[in-house]
Design a protein around this ligand. Structure first.
Ligand SMILES: *[C@@H]1O[C@H](CO)[C@@H](O)[C@H](O)[C@H]1NC(C)=O
Ligand SMILES: *[C@@H]1O[C@H](CO)[C@@H](O)[C@H](O)[C@H]1NC(C)=O
Length: 380
């Protein structure tokens, strides 16, 4: 591909507008590299698809105060005190926050969020057949893919002539954000007889099949997040034996499984990229990004790495699975921006903000997110 001088100039101007004035109105169309974003994932990406009755049992008080208090001023069914990474992405792309798919009346012209708290990479039937009854949430990546198909159908974007017309707008030119997926699979099979190797192999395969399904539809810009060290979550620390720790001070048995999962996932994604050279598949190295924040927490103003900001219980961790954040006896710290962890199972807005910045503007995506953006802008 040859790039003309004019394209270089245009790209430079675009880049200046995007990176120096991310949300000014004057930046106009040049600041909208993507018109549509689709998100998938678990609670870390869910902007409201689950509520008290349908989400994870422990965090069933998500519709209550003080969820959402740091930014929205009210609960929005996000599993945090404010914005998630996907919200910071929307801001960076000058797009409205992605509406949850299950909100029938929301404006979905800029994209949709299919992420669902408690959902898994493996299908629900796997957990049922292995008697892993912790998994009460019958939503997997496969389910989210079928919702995406339903969405395209509703937009009259399926069937061959229609698909041809819609494909460019709805698929080729869109950004697909595949948020963390698989953390729940490990949580539900924790201390079960199902070997970690089985989950690692099956969960990474399901994620790859999902990404491949998007690629087969014509997706060209896909970001896939790995898993963060979930052994550093308050609930892991509060439930694992106190001698099960790694050099970060987190739960070693959990983190080791997650680390291996990421290694397998990344290598499978590399193979997929080779099979689909016309697409850009970005691996968002969530492990490394989280590790960076964790090890440099002082620099980012975090004073508390292990304890939850919101919850109940007088132990080291302020976590009680029966009376989690939002339940009547729970209380919240008044400085959530100094905490990595919000409710025991999910991170604070402050943490998500730093992480989103590391992915969007930093070097924690492979290739970088700015590479993906410049490629999109060059192809119009
Ligand atoms: C659904 O979206 C509409 C429009 O944005 C909003 O007014 C409404 O509150 C949302 N419903 C729920 C249940 O969040
Ligand atoms: C699940 O539980 C049922 C009933 O207790 C038992 O018959 C079956 O063997 C169990 N399956 C596994 C995979 O442990």
């Amino acid at each position: 591909m040859t790039i003309s001088f004019a394209q270089i100039i245009l790209f430079t101007i675009t880049a200046i507008l995007i990176f120096s004035t991310p949300s000014t109105a004057q930046a106009g169309i040049l600041s909208h590299p993507f018109k549509k974003v689709y998100a998938f994932g678990d609670a870390e990406t869910d902007t409201g698809n689950t509520r008290s009755a349908t989400g994870p049992t422990i965090f069933r008080f998500v519709s209550n105060h003080p969820y959402g208090q740091s930014f929205f001023g009210r609960p929005t069914n996000r599993y945090s005190d404010g914005r998630l990474m996907i919200d910071f992405l929307a801001e960076a792309l000058s797009l409205p926050y992605l509406p949850p798919y299950r909100n029938k009346t929301a404006d979905k012209s800029h994209g949709v969020n299919f992420a669902y708290a408690g959902s898994t990479a493996l299908t629900h039937s796997f957990f049922l057949s292995n008697n892993l009854t912790l998994n009460i949430i019958p939503v997997s990546l496969q389910t989210q893919l079928s919702w995406f198909n339903e969405f395209l159908e509703k937009e009259r974007c399926s069937g061959s002539p229609a698909l041809f017309r819609c494909k460019a707008e709805y698929i080729n030119d869109a950004l697909f954000w595949v948020g963390e997926m698989g953390a729940n699979d490990y949580a539900y099979s924790y201390r079960s007889s199902v070997p970690a190797e089985t989950i690692q192999e099956l969960a990474t395969t399901r994620v790859i099949e999902f990404v491949q399904a998007l690629l087969n539809k014509g997706a060209k810009y896909i970001l896939v997040q790995g898993l963060h060290p979930t052994g550093c979550l308050t609930l892991s620390l509060a439930t694992a034996p106190s001698d099960d720790r790694d050099k970060m001070g987190c739960v070693a048995s959990v983190n080791n499984k997650i680390y291996t999962h990421n290694t397998i996932l990344q290598s499978k994604l590399n193979n997929l990229q080779i099979k689909f050279p016309q697409a850009i598949i970005v691996y968002a190295n969530y492990w490394n990004a989280f590790y960076h924040v964790f090890e440099n927490s002082d620099e980012y103003g975090f004073n508390e790495k292990f304890k939850a900001c919101c919850g109940s219980g007088c132990g080291t961790y302020k976590f009680d699975a029966l009376f989690a954040c939002g339940s009547p006896p729970s209380t919240a710290c008044n400085n959530p921006f100094e905490y990595l962890n919000w409710d025991g199972g999910h991170l604070t807005e402050a943490t998500y903000k730093v992480l989103a910045d590391l992915f969007i503007n930093g070097a924690y995506c492979e290739p970088t997110f700015s590479f993906l953006l410049s490629n999109k802008m060059q192809s119009g």
